[in-house]
Design a protein around this ligand. Structure first.
Ligand SMILES: CC(=O)CC(=O)SCCNC(=O)CCNC(=O)[C@H](O)C(C)(C)COP(=O)(O)OP(=O)(O)OC[C@H]1O[C@@H](n2cnc3c(N)ncnc32)[C@H](O)[C@@H]1OP(=O)(O)O
Length: 398
């Protein structure tokens, strides 16, 4: 028998076979689509809606504090799948101690795939090719616990091939959008011709509950988070790339595992949202970025203003921390702040909304011919985790 190596043999040249399966170029974002439920609630009216719908208007001091803080979050409006009618029909969603997870999951099982399909349909329409040309599907959500999951439901809803290669990422928190894109990059670059549909979809119904005077954290969550879905088509050697994904990385902020976590209980999706979260991000974000991308950026920090930025807007305070830690000029986080203002924090979907807003701003800026070539897309989440990618803005503006 002829000698073989890890590169194969003359008969079966594994090295060549592998090379022929890999893409030549970088994975790139080819199209983006987003969707929200129709029910829009302004931040101004939200405290009245929330305290009325949870029969809590008698908690006047708590409501006053909530009203004040709702105005500090950087949010103007949000879209919510749950309505006052739904909450009246499900008093168990309001009662903090009622075991209501089953009913929440039943609603999410229908609503999340529908919302995800709307965002994905828009991305596919913008891409301009048939849905059947999608080769891989990566779906991420914190809003469900089903097998088969949202990925499976999207196949008939979008007209994908039954042979589309599906991956479902559950419970990645607010860094899920970046994590799913990171996976899509690896898939696209390692599978010639792959066109990967990435979808992140979130419903706050999973953690909705009535107020608790002893736990202001749960109120913060009610005031900050919104519902939405975002989709991206990723491919290498591709038609009309918008942003090439130069590098993708993830890291853990040291000694931060106590600060932010989530778990399903028999009642809802619950967890810890510590007061120290914004400070931990501020104290660590530059070091994390240098570890992840410093060598690619010539080793230097302090040049952050030469980049464009799409950052998960966890809240206005978190945006302020990132601004200050990186010494960013005013307006560098404008896309992220705009998304926070118009939609709230949509957990894993938010950073893709920020990328979508960024490309809109880039299109406007392109007329003036001023736009950085490289940028960072970055999200934070439980761990605490920083998930980020270095992007290259191509000459194609859409
Ligand atoms: C990490 C990620 O990015 C992933 C995510 O998306 S997870 C969500 C991330 N977002 C957050 O963690 C919210 C961070 N917090 C904030 O942005 C700000 O605290 C805020 C905008 C909510 C309010 O800001 P502010 O008005 O300047 O006041 P601030 O002093 O911070 O807090 C106001 C009150 O809320 C309370 N509070 C703030 N954060 C709290 C928390 N995590 N848990 C409980 N209470 C909290 C404060 O103790 C304070 O109460 P008192 O008035 O009784 O002292």
């Amino acid at each position: 028998m002829a000698p073989t190596t890890t590169m194969g043999s003359a008969l079966y040249p594994l090295g060549e076979m592998r090379q022929s399966q890999r893409a030549d170029g970088l994975a790139a974002v080819l199209a983006i689509g987003t969707a929200n439920p129709p029910n829009c609630v302004t931040q101004e009216e939200f405290p009245d809606f929330y305290f009325r719908a949870t029969n809590s208007d008698h908690l006047t001091a708590l409501k006053d504090k909530f009203k004040r803080i709702c105005q500090e979050m950087g949010v103007q409006r949000r879209y919510l799948h749950h309505t006052e009618e739904m909450l009246s029909a499900h008093p168990e969603f309001v009662d903090r101690d009622a075991p209501s997870l089953d009913a929440r999951l039943d609603i999410a099982a229908e609503a999340v795939p529908e919302l995800a399909a709307r965002a994905a349909g828009r991305a596919i329409a913008e891409w301009g090719r048939p849905a059947a040309d999608i080769t891989h599907l990566v779906v991420t959500t914190n809003s469900g616990a089903h097998i088969p999951g949202v990925d499976f439901r999207l196949v008939p809803l979008l007209g994908l091939r039954p042979s589309v290669r599906r991956t479902m990422l559950h419970l990645n928190g607010c860094f899920a959008g970046c994590a799913a894109l990171r996976l899509a990059k690896d898939l696209a670059e390692n599978s010639r011709g792959a066109r990967v549909l990435v979808v992140a979809a979130e419903l706050t119904l999973m953690n909705f509950c009535g107020p608790d005077e002893g736990c202001f954290r749960t109120l913060l969550v009610q005031g900050l988070f919104g519902d939405g879905a975002a989709a991206v088509i990723v491919g290498a050697d591709a038609e009309r790339p918008l942003f090439e994904i130069v590098s993708a990385a993830q890291t853990i902020i040291p000694e931060s595992d106590h600060a932010l976590n989530m778990r399903f209980t028999e009642r809802r999706l619950d967890g810890v949202l510590g007061r120290q979260v914004p400070g931990l991000i501020g104290d660590n974000v530059e070091r994390c970025l240098l570890d992840m991308f410093g060598p690619l950026l010539g080793g230097g920090g302090g040049e952050w203003n030469n980049l464009f930025w799409a950052v998960h807007p966890g809240s206005s305070t978190i945006m302020d921390q990132v601004d200050a830690a990186l010494g960013l000029e005013p307006g560098k986080l404008a896309a992220s702040r705009r998304v926070l203002s118009d939609y709230g924090n949509m957990s894993g979907a938010t950073v893709i909304f920020a990328l979508d807003e960024l490309r809109r701003q880039r299109k406007e800026a392109a007329a003036a011919g001023e736009w950085p070539e490289l940028g960072v897309m970055m999200a934070f989440g439980p761990g605490m985790t920083v998930d980020a990618m270095l992007l290259h803005a191509t000459s194609h503006v859409n």
